[in-house]
Design a protein around this ligand. Structure first.
Ligand SMILES: Cc1ncc(COP(=O)(O)O)c(C=O)c1O
Length: 403
């Protein structure tokens, strides 16, 4: 296994030290192979919003597994999860299930190109959209540029179809649409960017992006793989009152098993095969056991109780931070996403490029201490932490002391 891992950040390259082999999760806790217990604030990078091994989810998965792991046919869990997702993302009227967030983004992009008969994509520096070739493109040197490959193996042909603009920069946004608007198939953004710290955007930026995409006939895709179902039984689009054409989902909708989805209007989604000529397929797409985990998770979330608990935990976190006058970090928190920013000078960044090197170093130098004290945070200064409905106020207060 290259680097000993199935996904690079797990190798602890950003924080140093030895990754812990986890053997079991229960509620807010993880247990490693050496029997150590951690309060987990990574929560599998987002899916475990109810906590590890939530009884209702485990029961649903166990029951589904006993009926067979995969059929490769239509089955009743598909319309059941579809109805829950469409209720949450109204007025969307179609959903296609895939296996990961990456696949959801790939499918959304293909749909946008099919719908507009155009080729160019616009993405924003600092957002992450999975590992499809066209998304592994980073900003070049100009303000709005044709990007550069972010990975070896991504060809120049792919790169030249992706433009990269800075987050939050209205002037650059106007410029890119003025110059390339008529060729743009889609603009793709995490409405609350949560993959380079937590880069909270002004609603005006998202509103203007909506206006410009509409004016120029480009599809607006909100990548809500992290955001979706995180701030209520809906998307972040609803929080900022901006309606995208397509939304990509992952993480929470699978409740810990591999599920991704593209949600949106019939006019676009019905271009997918077999109705239309835009291809997408998957042996494991809509897997019955994975969808059972998603259904059980969304049913719990729909009661609203987990969100009420998360709101209370957020308030506990803020006041615990507030009471520590000698702290070395500032807290960026939106709902149950948080980011300890280890720099006390300058504004809180809203662009990835503005994250201070000392903030990264400050996080890294403390990481091993947190592990030894029994706190499992995402092993990178650029990743956000996740609160779950299984955390207690005491877990959160102890974390703040540790930070
Ligand atoms: C916003 C966003 N989009 C897409 C992805 C890719 O999802 P996956 O890892 O399920 O392929 C991620 C993963 O973290 C993400 O945060």
């Amino acid at each position: 296994m290259p680097g000993g891992v199935s996904s690079p950040v797990r190798a602890f390259g950003s924080v140093g030290g030895t990754p812990r082999y986890m053997s079991r999760g229960e509620g807010a806790y993880l247990f490693d192979e050496d029997g150590r217990k951690y309060v987990d604030f990574c929560m599998a990078w987002g899916p475990m919003i109810l906590g590890h091994a939530h009884p209702a989810v485990i029961e649903a998965v166990t029951k589904a597994a006993k009926d067979g792991l995969a059929f490769g046919t239509v089955h009743r869990n598909e319309p059941e999860l579809a109805e829950l997702v469409l209720e949450a993302f109204a007025p969307a009227d179609r959903v296609r299930f895939v296996v990961s967030g990456t696949e959801a983004v790939m499918t959304a992009i293909r749909l946008a190109r099919a719908h507009t008969s155009r080729h160019l994509l616009l993405k924003f520096s600092g957002c992450y959209h999975g590992h499809a070739d066209s998304m592994l493109v980073k900003a070049g040197s100009g303000i709005v540029t044709l990007g550069l490959a972010e990975s070896e193996g991504v060809t120049a042909t792919v790169v030249k179809d992706t433009l990269v603009a800075p987050l939050g920069d209205l002037e650059a946004l106007e410029k890119v649409f003025k110059e390339h608007g008529s060729q743009l198939a889609a603009a793709l953004i995490e409405p609350l960017p949560a993959n380079n710290g937590l880069l909270v955007q002004e609603p005006r930026f998202l509103e203007r992006l909506r206006e410009l995409t509409k004016e120029h006939g480009a599809v607006l895709i909100f990548d809500e793989v992290i955001n979706g179902f995180r701030f209520g039984f809906h998307g972040y689009g609803k929080v900022v009152k901006v309606q995208p054409d397509l939304t990509t989902l992952g993480k929470i909708i699978g409740g810990g098993l591999p599920v991704g989805a593209v949600v949106g209007r019939a006019e676009i989604l019905d271009r997918l095969a077999p109705l239309g000529k835009t291809y997408q397929a998957g042996t494991m797409a809509g897997n019955p056991v994975a969808l059972a985990a998603g259904i059980a998770t969304l049913k719990e979330l729909r009661t609203g109780d987990p969100y009420r608990h998360l709101a209370a935990l957020g308030a506990v976190m803020d006041s615990a931070v507030e009471s520590k006058k000698d702290r070395a970090f500032r807290l960026v928190r939106v709902g149950s996403l948080f980011w300890p920013y280890y720099s006390l000078t300058g504004p809180i960044p809203t662009q990835a490029e503005k994250i201070a090197p000392d903030a990264v170093a400050g996080f890294k130098s403390r990481y091993g201490g947190w592990l030894d004290a029994g706190f499992y945070l995402p092993p990178s200064a650029y990743e956000v932490g996740f609160l779950s409905a299984a955390h207690s106020p005491d877990d959160v207060e102890r974390l703040v002391r540790a930070l």
